[in-house]
Design a protein. Structure first.
Length: 162
């Protein structure tokens, strides 16, 4: 997963294809949120949606499966950007009913480039001591935000090297 998070998409793609050839239903960890992000970062949106659906099914998560199915419908009709917008809307709704890591919401919003919302959710994640912030320094999707003073301040508050 770190290969993809750090932007080594080609290496990650080869790894995932080989792994999928050996075992089409590998461990649930492969189907984690970060695993599905890798396909999306590669621009392999159909694989992103397929792996997301499989992971939600294997994890027996009806809420996640419902979001995935809705996002898949929107993607088929309107493309990635509108589907991703719907994904974020549904995640925010889900967060009102159960815990959703605010860092995950921030990463999802980052695909849309909404700087204000990304930093709102990153700050919320920091306030909640979110485990999802572990990837903040290597998450490729946050690359456009790294020069922002709010990002630099957050990294300093987390006591991470710049």
């Amino acid at each position: 997963m770190s290969m993809c998070l750090s932007g080594r998409h080609g290496t990650a793609y080869v790894f995932f294809v080989r792994l999928h050839t050996v075992d089409p239903y590998p461990a649930l960890a492969w189907r984690s949120k970060r695993g599905k992000r890798c396909w999306r970062q590669l621009g392999k949106y159909e694989l992103w949606l397929e792996e997301w659906r499989k992971g939600a099914t294997l994890n027996n998560d009806p809420d996640e499966l419902s979001i995935c199915e809705e996002v898949t419908r929107v993607y088929a009709k309107s493309g990635f950007r509108i589907a991703q917008t719907r994904n974020v809307e549904l995640l925010k709704q889900l967060a009102q009913r159960r815990y959703v890591d605010p860092a995950d919401i921030a990463y999802e919003i980052a695909y849309l480039g909404d700087k204000e919302q990304v930093f709102f959710w990153l700050q919320k994640a920091y306030s909640e001591k979110s485990g999802g912030l572990q990837a903040i320094k290597i998450a490729k999707v946050l690359e456009p935000f790294r020069s922002d003073p709010r990002y630099i301040d957050l990294i300093k508050r987390m006591r991470l090297p710049l």
